[in-house]
Design a protein around this ligand. Structure first.
Ligand SMILES: Cc1cc2nc3c(=O)[nH]c(=O)nc-3n(C[C@H](O)[C@H](O)[C@H](O)COP(=O)(O)OP(=O)(O)OC[C@H]3O[C@@H](n4cnc5c(N)ncnc54)[C@H](O)[C@@H]3O)c2cc1C
Length: 441
């Protein structure tokens, strides 16, 4: 007798028997911190979970800047999403890009490379598609100033940085050499600060003595921000300490300066041109287009406004979690950080598991802030947790310990530890490759 398999991704055709009792289906879009946390929370639930991502790997984004500055390799901070299928018997992983959502028919449209699109029905939909770089309406800047969001971005940046030193050592033109040896970073949030400090260490230590014709330590790093201070989400006292630290490392911090143009020659900021062959963008983020497709209100950055249970109003069974959601708590927005994404994903997974058992969840989502950290080069990090503000070497050790533990799998933890120890004691960086496929200059 013909029967319909449980994990088939299309609805059972009329007249065809199910092979067994049909279970409800939760579709999770995005296997970042939030999506994976939701899938984990549903691991023992009596439901089929379909986890869809356009990439086959989960990225530990907090260490992307270390791939961009050649400390780590892409595989050190990424893990195949498919591995979750081994541990979760109710989970199927699908490599596809979600291109549409139809709330009325409770379906999504997903396209896999080379296979075209398909319609996938859901009973519950969890949207956790994160954010992407935003150029504040100037998408033309993207060509000259890559953002840092994916492994590919990190490799592009690494190739640009290493390529600039190579070209500086090759050219006979003094102005061009100066342009190649000037690095401009737009955006002084945690990513910009971490990237600038790591780049400074690379110039002063790793590349020292590597070039006969140039002195890498003489390269200039300019960190620009339109806001009043670096790390605007941290306390002012920490911002001041970080600015001092960056200055000591040789980074020129320019705050209150708006970038007007980014082109092949460099940037124009605050009315002056800064010639630079390497402009990097860590200034802004906007949500992926999926939240807008849910027909709900979104904030200025395109994040979906959700109710206290992270549900989308007027869209039954639909939740938005992680960076893609705009969640308010005590009249303040919940920050777009990994720990918030994990807590939201876990909460929604548990909520769905309870609803499936016929129980109603009465307690709304509450974010528990474990503290925020940013690292500023070797031996120095800052931490803010409630009233507690610390900085220095011990904070840096805590930062290193927390990040090792948070990496997705044991293999990543071992690899990153090994690379960090090597870098710490030798000053060297093991991932200084410019792939032939990357354009430099
Ligand atoms: C450079 C950088 C440094 C950071 N540093 C820190 C830090 O030190 N500490 C901290 O707490 N936070 C940090 N963050 C923020 C943190 O990484 C995010 O808050 C967190 O990743 C959000 O998790 P998420 O699951 O919402 O989204 P993401 O982790 O971004 O995951 C979204 C997933 O959705 C997928 N996706 C998107 N659109 C589609 C689609 N249409 N179809 C299919 N799949 C799709 C993507 O491929 C991705 O896998 C950093 C972020 C960046 C970019």
């Amino acid at each position: 007798m013909r029967c319909w398999p449980r994990l088939g991704l299309t609805r059972r055709p009329p007249g065809v028997e199910a092979c067994h009792r049909e279970r409800k289906r939760v579709v999770i879009v995005g296997a970042g911190f939030a999506g994976i946390a939701a899938a984990r929370a549903l691991r023992h639930a009596d439901v089929d979970v379909v986890l869809i991502d356009r990439r086959n790997h989960h990225i530990f984004q907090p260490l992307l800047y270390q791939v961009a500055t050649a400390i780590l390799s892409p595989a050190d901070i990424a893990a195949p999403i498919r591995q979750l299928e081994v541990k979760h018997r109710n989970l199927s992983v699908l490599l596809a890009e979600v291109t549409g959502v139809d709330i009325a028919s409770r379906t999504i449209e997903a396209a896999s490379p080379g296979l075209g699109g398909r319609t996938i029905p859901y009973d519950y939909l969890v949207v956790s598609t994160g954010m992407r770089p935003s150029y504040f309406g100037h998408d033309e800047f993207a060509r000259h100033a890559p953002g840092l969001k994916s492994l590919s971005d990190a490799e592009t940046i690494r190739a640009k940085i290493l390529g600039a030193f190579e070209l500086a050592a090759t050219t006979e033109d003094e102005d061009e050499r100066a342009r190649q040896m000037t690095f401009v970073l737009v955006g002084a949030g945690p990513s910009g600060v971490e990237l600038a400090a790591s780049l400074a260490h690379m110039m002063n230590v790793t590349l020292r003595g590597n070039f006969r014709r140039i002195d890498p330590a003489k390269a200039g790093i300019v960190l620009l921000d339109a806001g009043k201070r670096v790390l605007p989400t941290y306390a002012e006292s920490l911002s001041r300490r970080v600015t001092r630290r960056l200055t000591k490392l040789g980074v020129k911090v320019l705050t209150g300066v708006k970038v007007e143009t980014v082109d092949a020659e460099g940037v124009v900021a605050g009315g002056s041109r800064i010639p630079s062959a390497t402009v990097l963008w860590t200034a802004g983020v906007a949500a992926s287009p999926i939240p807008k497709m849910l027909g709900t209100k979104t904030d200025r950055a395109g994040r979906a406004l959700v109710d206290p249970f992270l549900k989308v109003v007027d869209a039954p069974g639909v939740f938005v979690v992680g960076d893609a959601a705009s969640v308010m708590q005590d009249e303040h927005p919940v920050p777009g950080v990994a720990q918030a994404a994990i807590q939201e994903g876990r909460y929604v997974g548990r909520l769905i598991a309870k609803e499936l058992k016929g129980r109603k969840v009465k307690r709304p989502f509450r974010y528990f802030d474990k503290g925020n950290m940013a690292v500023v080069g070797k031996n120095y990090a800052v931490l803010e947790r409630g009233w507690l503000r610390t900085s220095g070497f011990l904070t840096w050790l805590v930062w290193a310990f927390v990040h090792i533990l948070a990496l997705p799998q044991l293999q990543n933890r071992l690899r990153v530890q090994r690379q960090w120890l090597w870098s710490y004691f030798t000053g060297q960086r093991s991932s200084r490759l410019i792939p032939e496929s990357r354009r430099i200059g």
